[in-house]
Design a protein around this ligand. Sequence first.
Ligand code: SF4
Length: 182
Amino acid sequence: MKLLLHVCCGPCLAAFDEYFKQKGIQYSGYFYNPNIHPYLENTRRMRTFMEYAAGLGLETIVDPQFDLATWENKLGSLSDSERCAYCYKRRIEACAKTAAANGFTHFTTTLLISPYQDHDMLRETGMRAGEKFRVEFYYHDFRELYRHGQDIAREAGIYRQKYCGCIYSYNDSRFREKIKWD
Ligand code: SF4
């Protein structure tokens, strides 16, 4: 198995890395998260990913796309669920497509670790993307590792974000006052 892992942030990568090493799964990291706003936060999470991946000796593919315009203009009138469906599909399909184009046999996403995401929707999106791009979606319920990943990140001093990513989740974040921009 040769797997491409879509990574949304550093803390989630930490738990996946442990899991894949225990299973003997060879993998590379893929960063593509145009949903993360504002730009400063997007680059902060990308930089965190790249630094942590470098420390692990992980091969990476990085697409630094930033797309506030789509979320503001095209997705503004959608419900939260509809917006997340678009967001999952865009990122997961990009991972599947990149995996297929680069000789990977499998792909998956660190979003599967989060108890705050729509897990069933993620699984279905991954399965459909796998069929579309003819590369196998690696599914496991990684939510059992969420707390452990947060603990590793805290101990390692990895940046832990306080909202999901898009401008709407930022506006709704109960930790908004604690978010620093310097
Ligand atoms: S809440 Fe998260 S998953 Fe949903 S659209 Fe915003 S960034 Fe994407």
